[in-house]
Design a protein around this ligand. Structure first.
Ligand SMILES: [Zn+2]
Length: 432
């Protein structure tokens, strides 16, 4: 059974009208009332560029640049309109503007805000929590009803309330469940007895996501680890189906992140051309070589697998205990081969894990402290296409800052307990 070739989503004009109205409300109609269709208006470089923001001077702490590993004593970071205008040793940053709020960081360390490359932000509270816990940029691992598309806009309108976001829309998976209600254009898929498996059905979910403005596409090759009744080594899509999804995303210039566990599944996903492998506990050497050749990212979500080990469900706890050491070995093997790594917590369901915890786990897997920090700064920023915006504090980058109470190169634990978080030049209070 295939899906009828019905026209693409018909509500673009309506949505643009609503957006224009909202922009006028916020006094930004010149910015949003463009002529591009909704999908292209909400994708591309504009989301990667620092937008409106606050003015702030952070001064007195030690500044760590993850790109070079350089530490600057008694540093000053000048942020204007949410963008770093200068960062460096006092005396070399030029005149610090008067009348601007100052955040004193004497005795503390200053880093760029961190990037969570795999997080599920289904509520405004989760979006706020992610920022408070240090993730000032993020990539969505899908949401049930396109909340991530709205979170991305929230981040532009009120940056202190949400991480700068790459949205994934809804999960491309055989059984959409309640997500079938996320968009009327998904409804024809409800008639499929076998779920979303045919090329037509797979393309439709991708296309509805892209029409809604998704920046990336999330799919899976294996079942879930977090459900005791599922076997994460069972494959749900084959190489051909994954290739269909990748091709549909690529037609609009988008990449695919793929939930994967088994080596065969990882290999099928990577050779189908995904942009990043998610979880990937049993990824083998041949696939890692292929990832290195293609530049495919690895987002191991160690935090989520470590979390399984603490589950009250005995099946999940056993799974977590078995998978975590295997995954850590895979992370180290990937790093040693030169496969790019990105930190992601896979937080979902109301609890946001600090992205600093993932950095600690990367270090526990065998990366140096600086390389572990890079997985949540320069490395993840590059994966998200935020590499000229996030991951560093240098002129032109976003004014997203973490102030921590100690040397992160000596104790990465400080990243999970930021003393202050600055998002686009706005200082937000630390998490309780
Ligand atoms: Zn996930």
């Amino acid at each position: 059974m295939c899906v009828e070739n019905t026209p693409p989503p018909s509500n673009r004009l309506t949505r643009r009208g609503v957006l224009a109205g909202a922009a006028a409300l916020a006094g930004t109609s010149a910015v949003l009332a463009g002529t591009a269709p909704a999908a292209s208006a909400s994708s591309g470089a504009r989301h990667g560029s620092p937008g409106r923001g606050g003015d702030l001077v952070v001064e007195g702490g030690r500044l760590l640049d993850p790109a070079t590993g350089e530490v600057t004593e008694d540093a000053v970071v000048v942020i204007a309109g949410g963008v770093v205008r200068a960062a460096g040793p006092r005396g070399q940053v030029g005149r610090v503007p008067g009348g601007v709020p100052v955040l004193r960081a004497h005795g503390q360390w200053i880093l760029p805000g961190l990037v969570d490359a795999h997080i599920h932000l289904n509520t405004a509270a989760e979006a706020r929590d992610a920022v408070l816990k240090g993730a000032t940029s993020a990539r969505s691992g899908s949401t049930n009803f396109y909340q991530d598309i709205a979170v991305r806009e929230l981040a532009r309108q009120a940056p202190e309330q949400a991480p700068r976001l790459r949205a994934a829309g809804v999960f491309v998976t055989p059984d959409l469940g309640d997500t079938i209600l996320a968009d009327p254009d998904l409804a024809p898929l409800a008639r499929l007895r076998d779920g979303v498996r045919s090329a037509d059905a797979l393309r439709r979910v991708v296309e509805v996501n892209l029409a809604r403005g998704a920046d990336t596409i999330k799919t899976r090759v294996n079942e879930r680890a977090g459900l005791p009744e599922q076997d994460p080594l069972v494959q749900v899509y084959d190489h051909e189906q994954l290739s269909t999804i990748v091709a549909a995303a690529r037609r609009r210039g988008k990449g695919v992140l793929c939930h994967s566990y088994s080596e065969k599944g990882c290999h099928d996903a990577v050779t189908a051309g995904i942009r990043s492998l998610e979880h990937g506990a049993f990824v083998g050497e041949r696939t890692l070589h292929e990832m290195r050749r293609r530049g495919t990212y690895f987002t191991p979500t160690l935090t989520a697998i470590a979390g399984l080990a603490e589950s009250s469900d005995p099946v999940l706890a056993e799974r977590g205990r078995t998978y975590l050491p295997v995954l850590k070995r895979a992370v180290l093997a990937a790093h040693e081969l030169g496969v790019p790594l990105a930190a992601g917590t896979d937080s979902s369901g109301g609890t946001v894990d600090p992205i600093g915890r993932e950095v600690e786990l990367m270090h526990a897997a065998g990366l140096s402290a600086l390389d572990a920090i890079r997985t949540a700064t320069t490395g993840a920023a590059k994966l998200l296409g935020f590499d000229s915006t996030a991951g560093r504090l240098a002129r032109g980058f976003a004014g997203d800052v973490l102030v921590v109470d100690g040397d992160p190169l000596a104790d990465l634990g400080v990243l999970s307990r930021p003393a202050r978080v600055v998002r686009a030049g706005f200082a937000v209070p630390a998490a309780a």
